[in-house]
Design a protein around this ligand. Structure first.
Ligand SMILES: [Zn+2]
Length: 165
């Protein structure tokens, strides 16, 4: 995947070092939507589409999982990542029942925590490789992991904006 056909995001690995900043910036908008009192954040637009609250919980978990993955990649050579269990988590963690203000705060913290771990990568660490499972199983650098996580933020912001119109 060099670019996303749905949201138009391009995978430019030269942007990896700015990923933390981009993620924190994107999450500011995301959290503001969850805190807005004029938006119904707990309602699904259709039965099969997550509500803004559920997307917020998902993105928080993505950022926490990616943080652990980057930390693992610093101490293990080419670690395999197992899928995060996107759909299962929505049920196991009760995404729909969580408090939007709590999730907005947790999302903001998760973005800062992930950005901090990225900020501590040196020149050689950015090239460390991992076995990533999505969109297909492939060896990827931490640069790719960081850029892919920016895509997660941007893509889910689009999911949210679609619900606001
Ligand atoms: Zn996308």
């Amino acid at each position: 995947m060099d670019w996303c056909k749905e949201c138009g995001f391009e995978y430019d690995l030269s942007e990896a070092r700015k990923a933390g900043q981009a993620i924190v910036g994107g999450v500011v908008e995301f959290a503001a939507i969850l805190r807005a009192r004029d938006v119904e954040v707990t309602t699904r637009p259709q039965p099969g589409t997550w509500s803004p609250l559920e997307y917020g919980c998902h993105l928080r978990d993505v950022l926490l999982v990616q943080r652990e993955r980057v930390l693992l990649a610093r101490r293990v050579v080419r670690p395999p990542f197992s899928p995060m269990g996107r759909e299962e988590r929505a049920d196991h963690d009760g995404y729909a029942e969580q408090d939007p203000d709590d999730v907005a705060r947790q999302l903001t913290d998760a973005a800062q925590m992930f950005a901090h771990v990225l900020s501590r990568l040196g020149r050689e660490e950015w090239d460390r490789s991992v076995m990533y499972h999505y969109p297909q199983r492939a060896e990827r650098s931490l640069q790719w992991v960081a850029v892919h996580t920016v895509h997660e933020v941007r893509h889910h912001l689009l999911d949210l904006r679609r619900q606001l119109v």
